[in-house]
Design a protein around this ligand. Sequence first.
Ligand code: ADE
Length: 228
Amino acid sequence: MKIAIMGAMPEEIEPILDKLDNIKETLYAANRYYEGSYNGQDVVVAYSKIGKVFATLTATILIEKFGCDRLLFSGVAGAISDELKIGDLIIADGLCQHDLDITAFGHPFGYVPEGEVCISSDIQLRNIAKKVAKQKGLTLKEGIIATGDQFIANSERKEWIKKTFKADALEMEGASVAVVCNALDIPFFILRAISDSADMDAGFDFDTFLESSAKISADFILSIVDEM
Ligand code: ADE
């Protein structure tokens, strides 16, 4: 087993890189990939840069060039559900693209022909995450994560995403990673810790809590790797 651990921003992978042994850095397709071992388990770690296109590229390279056969995503998200507060963890059971819109042709939001509105993450990996949360006495919410190439700092847009996709949190990469892993038949999951509430304070909150929430998510991912 070779596990890809992916984030979107440096802050999301640095706490993971700090814990790796024998790191080998490779520059490929204008990005850095870090092969190493974590408690004897082979991992490849990278941050993609923000957004769906960069995340698609990085996920594909982790699988196709580095031979990863599991992919775990760690990072931060904006909360939609009122249950989620800053620092809380959510794991996606399904992922959708809130900015995908060919409704002009009679299709629902988030759908293109031969695709799906919502892609499910791997149930076994989710079960491991739930087991680890229980062992650690942490609350782990499971729900729908909506992805789009927009930083949401607007309550109306947030409400629209909630209503349209029944989403609990939103971010900018998860659903594109889901598309890649689904197409290439690679078990994956998307874990996020809340950095903001996607409202008018989101920009300020994101800057304030990015590092602490990213570390909460990264620490939890490493405990999951221990359990795999
Ligand atoms: N990631 C974390 N917070 C976010 C937000 N408000 N919008 C999009 N992506 C995010």
